[in-house]
Design a binder for this molecule. Structure first.
Ligand SMILES: NC(=O)c1ccc[n+]([C@@H]2O[C@H](COP(=O)([O-])OP(=O)(O)OC[C@H]3O[C@@H](n4cnc5c(N)ncnc54)[C@H](O)[C@@H]3O)[C@@H](O)[C@H]2O)c1
Length: 336
């Protein structure tokens, strides 16, 4: 069977992992090229990954021979335009979350994908995490009855430097962090969120307020069929990278996620210690690999993308509503 020719646009932290997976761990894919607005970074990545082609722009990348699909891993602000350009070139797409930073851009990107007749997957990789996917299977099998309450926590370890906030190329906390939990809420509860109410704080780092961002947030959710939920997001929890969720149903509950990096417990005269998870790349290593393998398999077998552009749009609608609630102090209907 022919391999899928894939390129990665944006080889920072996330794009680099996708490129490594494609190059080393996905036998059905061929990493054709990498591109980055920082052409030297693209060149270094190509050298380290032992491939020939690197480019300093998307336009140059799209001239590449043997290219079937592009992974978009640029900062958030550039996703929607990149989707439009890649779609117009007739290539399939795996776009990192969030799909866009506003609904107009997201809808234009989806229209471009539809017009070109290409396929697009959005990077909600938690759906591929072994714990979350096992939870989904059991919920779908009815093991906890009807889901009633969704709870989720997403805490990053170290807050971004102030220069990252100032650069204004990524969305605020709801768009970069909570968006994953917004997707999980819809997916695991098998329902749509109709209303959100956000509480936010900058208490431990007031400087981020000038960039329109927050340090931590709680978002309450109302679902269409009567369930409720709550999501906590935190940009700088200091002790570790801590992602956990719980789905409480009419007949039981499922808890997903662990604080621990390994199963080892170290016992000394001082007491017991455990290593805490500290980064998304290690916490979700299996998920990133399963995600890109599934994307490649779907494209090669001409199946639809399993996490769709519509999923990207729905989660974005929740981000937009949460931001409006943060700014207005009232509950906001989603998608209006
Ligand atoms: N799914 C996840 O769990 C996950 C985790 C981390 C990041 N992300 C997403 O991945 C994207 C990248 O995040 P990151 O942490 O790798 O950021 P990063 O800053 O480490 O890397 C971004 C890269 O894109 C390059 N770039 C900037 N503008 C570009 C453009 N217009 N064209 C081409 N390249 C451009 C930069 O030079 C840099 O190399 C973001 O959208 C982020 O939200 C997703």
């Amino acid at each position: 069977m022919a391999k899928l020719g894939v390129a990665v646009l944006g080889v920072g932290e996330m794009g680099r992992r996708h490129a490594e997976n494609l190059r080393r761990l996905v036998p059905d894919a061929r990493l054709v090229a990498v591109a980055d607005v920082d052409a030297n970074r693209a060149r270094r990545a190509a050298d380290e990954l032992e491939i020939d082609s690197s480019f300093g722009s998307l336009e140059a990348l799209l001239e590449c021979k043997g290219l079937d699909a592009v992974v978009i891993a640029t900062p958030d602000k550039f996703h929607a335009n990149a989707v439009k350009t890649v779609a117009a070139a007739g290539k399939d797409i795996l776009c990192e979350k969030p799909l866009a930073l506003n609904l107009a851009d997201a809808r234009q990107a989806l229209a471009a994908v539809a017009k070109a007749g290409v396929r697009m997957q959005v990077g909600f990789m938690r759906r591929y995490d072994p714990g979350y996917s096992a939870a989904m299977k059991r919920i779908a099998a009815g093991e906890i009855g009807t889901p009633v309450v969704f709870k989720s926590i997403g805490r990053d370890k170290d807050g971004p430097p102030l220069s990252a906030y100032a650069s204004n190329i990524n969305g605020m906390l709801f768009y970069t962090n909570t968006v994953h939990d917004f997707d999980l809420a819809r997916w695991l509860m098998q329902d749509e969120v109709t209303e959100v109410q956000a509480y936010t704080t900058v208490a431990i780092r007031p400087e981020v307020a000038q960039f329109g961002d927050v340090v931590a947030s709680l978002v309450n959710l109302k679902f269409q069929h009567g369930a409720i939920g709550n999501i906590e997001s935190h940009a700088q929890a200091a002790y570790g990278y801590d992602v956990r969720s719980e789905i409480i149903g009419s007949h039981g509950s499922i808890q997903v996620g662990s604080l621990h990096k390994t199963s080892a417990t170290f016992l000394t005269t001082q007491g017991a210690t455990r290593l805490l998870e500290d980064h998304f790349l290690s916490a979700f290593a299996d998920a990133y690999l399963a995600e890109i393998k599934d994307f490649v398999a779907c494209m090669l077998q001409d199946r639809p993308a399993p996490v769709t552009g519509q999923d990207g749009l729905k989660a974005l609608e929740m981000c937009v509503a949460a931001e409006k609630s943060h700014l207005s102090g009232i509950a906001i209907k989603v998608g209006q």
